[in-house]
Structures are given as structure tokens and as C-alpha cells.
Design a protein around this ligand. Structure first.
Ligand code: MRU
Length: 341
């Protein structure tokens, strides 16, 4: 199922903050509405953020009153600046924004032609993401054995992508190939993407899934209940994989228990120009930690840390499953800007 669609000058996508209790469809008409949806995680997950960013600029093109190419380009640049300000860590947001803007900057033709070209480029980014996820699933499913139990963290499913998912794409592909697998989903505090979204998707698809709190991951591994870990990624740099906060702890636990730890991500999530220390980790509002939903669970005025992502050093990663290949430890030593991905 498509998680994001262009429909007559609007963008249609589910409001992920309401799932699993309410299935509400958002209809976005402006760059500002898309920016708000990104900021508040109504639209979330690195690959979906890429498509959302591109469609956000398409909304900018559609709503612009520009009469000339240079006026339209100025409006698109402003849309790009607004979109990029919303979340700093997932590289797909920046990659897709730059891809659309670079196309627009190079465009030579009529203003109406550019408007159409921007919408078409956004659609292309979405279509490519969907195709890449099926390829990731196909590649990754070769690693999964009949009877495996797989632990995943956060939501790297259909809801985090344009279609099918990355980590859950691998799980889906293995399931569709007839392998009798089971999934253990970490709830993923503070925003509960695992509890709310991963279990929702897998239960709907009939794939056996068991929910645990994040602090139970060590227990289930120590009891021999996990065969593999598969997670998604928000940015893969020269020395680490950025993903939802808590991924690093899961990777260390997997290492300690000799459990393979795989990352599934499209190449649009790679940013081999930098190292982990150079990446900005999004710091979110304290009330996500002091509250569970609307219920306050901590004293008034308490100091809070709320980083949304962490970096897992590549030494803890058994392999990275992409749309074209599975990169393993021997490839990581070559990770640099010229690494031939
Ligand atoms: O803050 P979120 O919900 O956007 O974070 C999402 C994740 O960390 C996912 O694991 C990641 O984007 C991979 S999605 C295929």
C-alpha cells in the first residue's frame, strides 16, 4: 500500500501519531502543512521523509504564484529551506530536497514546465523508494532461515517508507517466501513506534509478533529467543549507523549474545561524506519523556534528555542490506566518499 500520494495538488498520507487506535488520512495542501506534519512525526521514517520532502517542494511549486522561472525557483528554494529545518538527522530529507532543487536549478524551459517537472521528480523519488524496498526485502530474505525469530527496534516498515518497508520489508519477503518466522518488537520509548506501528503492521499482515518493552531485549536474547536483529537506518556514515534511540543498546546486546545484527536501508540513507561525530542528533521536547501519552509520569520541572537517535559503530553491524547488495564487514573498511555503492 502507498503511504504517500500526490492527488490533484494535495498530498495524502496517514497521520501516524494517531495509529493504531485511529486511522486518519491527512490531506496536505501547503509547504507549511507538510513541514508541520514532518516536525510532529505525523509523517516519519527516513525513506518516507525523503518522499515527503520532495512532495513538500511539489506543493510549493503547485501553490506558487510565480510568473517567471526565477520567481518559481526562489519559491522552491524557500520551500526547501522550510522542509530542511524540520528534522536534522535522517539524511533522506536532505537528499530528496537537494535532488528536487538541483533538478529545478538546472531546468531550462518555461515556468509551467518546471512546475510539472518538480511534481514528476517527487513522484519519481516515491516510485523509486517503493521499488528499492522490494529489492531490499528480496536481498535480505536470503539471510532469514525458516523458524527464525527476529528482533526489531522502532518502525522500519511500510509506514516508514513509501511502500513495503526496509527491515520489515526483509521480514515480509521472508514470510511471503513461506518461511515460518516470528518477530519480537521493542516498544521504542519515548514515542512507541514499535508498540504503535510495527505491531500494527505485522498483526494486520498476519505475521506473528510479540511486543516487549525496550528493557526486555537483553532478557529475550539471554534466553536464546532471538536468532537475528534487523533494524532500519536514518543515516549511514563512514563509521556508524544512525537509527532510533536505543538501537545502539540493542546492537551491543546482540554482539554480547553472538546474534547477527543487520541494518536494512536504501542507498539514499547513506551519507559517506561524514563520520558519526559530525551528525546532528535531533533533541526533542522533554514532555515526550516526562509523559506517556497525556499522562505525566515524572515530577514537574525535572531535567530531561531526549535525543531521538543514536549511532551504532559499524563494528557491531553484521551487514547492511541495500537494494543492490548486502554489505558486510569487509566492505566497511572501504567506507569512504569513493566507496562504490
Ligand atoms: O523518529 P522516527 O520515527 O522518524 O524514526 C524512525 C526510525 O528511526 C526508523 O528506524 C528509520 O527511519 C528507518 S525507517 C525505514
Amino acid at each position: 500500500m502507498r503511504m504517500i500520494k500526490w492527488e490533484n495538488g494535495s498530498v495524502i498520507t496517514p497521520d501516524q501519531t494517531k495509529l493504531p487506535l485511529e486511522e486518519i488520512t491527512l490531506k496536505l495542501f501547503t509547504v507549511e502543512q507538510m513541514a508541520e506534519a514532518i516536525k510532529t512525526l505525523r509523517v516519519r521514517g527516513a525513506p518516507l521523509l525523503g518522499a515527503a520532502a520532495a512532495f513538500g517542494i511539489a506543493l510549493g511549486a503547485y501553490t506558487s504564484n510565480a510568473q517567471t522561472l526565477s520567481e518559481l525557483l526562489a519559491d522552491l528554494e524557500a520551500a526547501g529551506t522550510t522542509i530542511k529545518k524540520q528534522r536534522p538527522t535522517a539524511i533522506n530529507l536532505f537528499w530528496a530536497t537537494d535532488r528536487v532543487l538541483n533538478m529545478a536549478r538546472a531546468y531550462r524551459g518555461h515556468v509551467e514546465g518546471l512546475r510539472i517537472a518538480v511534481i514528476e521528480e517527487a513522484q519519481k523519488i516515491a516510485d523509486e523508494d517503493a521499488a528499492q524496498n522490494y529489492a531490499i526485502g528480496k536481498n535480505g530474505s536470503t539471510l532469514i532461515k525458516d523458524g527464525d525469530t527476529i528482533l526489531t527496534h522502532c518502525n522500519a516498515g511500510e509506514l516508514a517508507t513509501v511502500e513495503y518497508g526496509t527491515a520489515l520489508g526483509v521480514i515480509r519477503a521472508a514470510w511471503e517466501a513461506g518461511k515460518k518466522i516470528k518477530v519480537i518488537a521493542d516498544e521504542t520509548r519515548p514515542l512507541l513506534q514499535g508498540a504503535r506501528l510495527t505491531t500494527f503492521e505485522l498483526q494486520r499482515d498476519g505475521i506473528p509478533v510479540t511486543l516487549i518493552t525496550d528493557n526486555m531485549a537483553g532478557y529475550v536474547m539471554s534466553k536464546g529467543l532471538i536468532d537475528k536483529v534487523i533494524v532500519g537506518a536514518d543515516r549511514i556514515v563512514q563509521d556508524a549507523v544512525f537509527n532510533k534511540i536505543g538501537t545502539y543498546s540493542v546492537a551491543i546486546l546482540a554482539h554480547e549474545h553472538h546474534i547477527p545484527f543487520y541494518v536494512a536501508a536504501p542507498k539514499s540513507t547513506f551519507d559517506l561524506t561524514c563520520k558519526a561525530a559530525e551528525v546532528t542528533v535531533e533533541e526533542r521536547k522533554p514532555d515526550e519523556v516526562t509523559h506517556v501519552g497525556c499522562q505525566q509520569t515524572a515530577p514537574n520541572g525535572i531535567n530531561v534528555l531526549n535525543p531521538a537517535f543514536d549511532a551504532t559503530p559499524l563494528k557491531y553491524v553484521t551487514g547492511i542490506i541495500t537494494e543492490t547488495a548486502i554489505y558486510t564487514k569487509e566492505h566497511f573498511t572501504k567506507f569512504n566518499p569513493t566507496f562504490p555503492l
